[in-house]
Write a protein that binds this ligand. Structure first.
Ligand SMILES: CC(C)(COP(=O)(O)OP(=O)(O)OC[C@H]1O[C@@H](n2cnc3c(N)ncnc32)[C@H](O)[C@@H]1OP(=O)(O)O)[C@@H](O)C(=O)NCCC(=O)NCCS
Length: 147
């Protein structure tokens, strides 16, 4: 079962976020989650529950109005994060979560759903391809300290 998150207390949401982004302090997670919930037209988040009611995975998406590499329309929906607990993988939860994000993106009038993955995250690349995404670009980010 896939449920939209309507509260920061949604069972499993924080824990799964912490598993995907372990370097982010808890207070920052909670602040981000509260921010998303305040703007439901722009952000959507879902948690997947197995038949025992255990949170198996989550996905978050946003409407992006800035240019998104490889896309042709604006705004586009962007899959900002997706994570399935290791013991729950390869059971279709990733697909179900992306389906929920896709349905939300359509309700927002989007014609494209975009996403990204680190170059070495081959499992994620394979999941994206299996779910109908096509690869558009490979980029390297840079920064320069300005002091
Ligand atoms: C990527 C991730 C979300 C996939 O979740 P999942 O629930 O296992 O995905 P699904 O079971 O819905 O898989 C759908 C299809 O994607 C492909 N796929 C998913 N994981 C794969 C893997 N490790 N190897 C090869 N193909 C894979 C398969 O074609 C799969 O269909 P199949 O199982 O019928 O062959 C999960 O591996 C994960 O949480 N990884 C760590 C976090 C992460 O990397 N997130 C993405 C950041 S961009």
């Amino acid at each position: 079962m896939i449920l939209p998150c309507t509260s920061a207390a949604q069972d499993g949401w924080l824990r799964l976020r912490q598993a995907l982004w372990p370097d982010c302090p808890e207070a920052e997670h909670l602040a981000e989650m509260a921010g998303f919930l305040r703007e439901p037209d722009k952000y959507a988040q879902f948690v997947a529950y197995d038949e025992d009611g255990q949170a198996a995975g989550f996905a978050e998406a946003a409407l992006r109005t800035d240019y998104v590499n490889g896309t042709e329309t604006s705004p586009v929906a962007f899959l900002e994060g997706i994570y399935v607990a290791p013991q729950q993988r390869r059971q279709g939860w990733g697909r179900a979560l992306v389906d929920a994000v896709t349905a939300w993106a359509r309700t927002r009038g989007c014609r494209e759903l975009a996403s990204d993955a680190l170059l070495d995250n081959v499992a994620s690349h394979l999941m994206h391809r299996a779910l109908g995404f096509e690869e558009t670009e490979r980029v390297v980010f840079f920064r320069k300290e300005l002091s």
